[in-house]
Design a protein around this ligand. Structure first.
Ligand code: SF4
Length: 429
């Protein structure tokens, strides 16, 4: 009879949240807990929340209610950015056993253990530590997320993150190198650097480029991917580093708007000309480099003309994917107090336009990659096929059954547009 305690997790939001949940799951497993799907009965539920938009609040509250209703006597832990945003509310909400803020998220294992030992503890009893999460073992994802930084000092006028993740802080460089050695020795073939504003990494006079350079010098058969990054805080040196075979030729470079007027109102730290020059500088070096981005539509005061400028840049910049967000009013941010809030119907129309451009850009980019080879890291296998991502962060399907976490070179021969998301078809070479 397996009397180990059952624990279930739900993670909302960004890769940073995913990294933190993965690490907690690994530790609970090492302690003998059985990790069950969130839909099943469990002794403990952990909901790692997000509060970046109204929708993420709604989804987070929904998951918390589901956990509370599931058995009615489980330990329910709400953690993550929504706790930092609505702390008192969640601490007083019936059914939530513990509301744990971002600073103490890494101590959730100790909190649960103390709880089951019958100790009267509260999350505040544990030290705040943003980086000392347990090592993630290899069972979940094909890629290993590595947290290098937390918090942000930029205070973009629409963004709640500095309020819920705090000031920018960088993880000690030696710890990051150790973490990467451990996960690559454990068999991970791809490492993804994540944080809130990673381009602003700074530790002991070493900036983001220095960190990337040090990681690329580490031994081992792995590749390095940079997750979402703000278009400031790093220099040309980073672009040179993309010539290294380990560094994957893709950047998710957050534009947010194609209008300088709106970028100013957003308190972004660049203008459109600088942003485009950055992309051009990279493409001069690597003609098939893959850029993806984020664009917010319907920011307060966004005129038809401003929006037309976003449409123009969305096309001209040839992003292979555009995460499109309808501006979401966040209390406590400057933009929430701005006049000229845009009606929801306009936001929806503008969002549809950008998504259509994104879809056509994607097909154009996939066509430009045909008859080229990709090193594909396979992560899903089915009857007679396997899927994964190439180094350019493009989804590839092959009609062979390759093991998950295996890397193979394939020739891109065609595009399968039939699927929800188009994929490239590859033939092993
Ligand atoms: S750079 Fe701006 S949008 Fe990004 S986390 Fe910081 S404040 Fe938010």
């Amino acid at each position: 009879m397996d009397n180990s305690r059952r624990i279930a997790f739900k993670t909302l939001g960004c890769r940073l949240n995913q990294y933190e949940t993965d690490a907690l799951i690994s530790e609970f497993r090492h302690l003998g807990y059985t990790v069950v799907p969130f839909s099943q009965p469990a002794d403990v539920y952990v909901i790692n929340t997000c509060t970046v938009t109204n929708q993420s609040d709604h989804k987070s509250r929904n998951m918390i209610s589901q956990a509370i209703r599931r058995t009615g006597q489980s330990v329910v832990i709400a953690t993550g950015c929504m706790v930092n945003h609505f702390r008192e509310q969640l601490e007083q909400q019936p059914g939530i056993t513990y509301a744990v803020d971002n600073e103490r998220k890494s101590s959730i294992v100790s909190l649960v253990e103390a709880h089951f030992q019958g100790k009267m503890v509260s999350p505040g009893y544990f030290p705040g530590d943003k980086f000392h999460f347990p090592l993630t073992d290899r069972s979940f994802h094909t890629r290993s997320l590595i947290k290098i930084q937390d918090g942000c000092d930029n205070y973009c006028s629409y963004c709640i993150i500095p309020r819920v993740r705090g000031r920018a802080v960088s993880r000690p460089l030696p710890e990051i190198l150790d973490n990467i050695r451990q996960v690559t020795e454990a068999g991970f073939k791809e490492v993804v650097l994540t944080g809130v504003n990673i381009g602003r990494y700074q530790y002991d006079n070493q900036n983001f480029e220095d960190l990337v350079e040090r990681i690329l010098q580490l031994p081992g058969n792995f590749r390095l991917r940079i997750s979402s990054i703000e278009p400031e805080g790093f220099g040309e040196k980073l672009f040179d580093l993309f010539s290294h075979p380990k560094l994957t030729p893709h950047l998710h470079l957050c534009l947010q708007s194609g209008s300088d007027t709106i970028l100013k109102r957003m308190h972004r730290k660049y203008d459109v000309k600088t942003f485009m020059a950055m992309m051009e500088s990279v493409r001069k070096r690597y003609s098939d480099f893959n850029f993806t981005t984020d664009i917010i539509v319907g920011f307060p005061g966004e005129t038809e003309e401003d929006f037309k400028q976003s449409v123009t840049i969305a096309r001209e910049a040839r992003f292979s994917h555009i995460h499109t967000f309808k501006y979401s009013k966040r209390d406590g941010t400057l933009a929430a107090r701005m006049e000229d809030q845009i009606p929801e119907v306009i936001k929806t129309q503008r969002s549809r336009v950008i998504r259509e451009i994104s879809a056509s850009n994607k097909i154009k980019y996939y066509h430009s990659m045909l008859n080229k080879t990709q090193e594909v890291l396979f992560e899903k296998k089915g009857k007679g096929f396997s899927t994964g991502y190439g180094q350019h962060y493009i989804p590839v399907i092959v009609h062979n059954e390759f093991a998950n976490n295996s890397m193979r070179k394939v020739m891109l021969t065609d595009i399968d547009e039939g699927k929800k998301e188009p994929m490239l078809i590859g033939k092993p070479v």
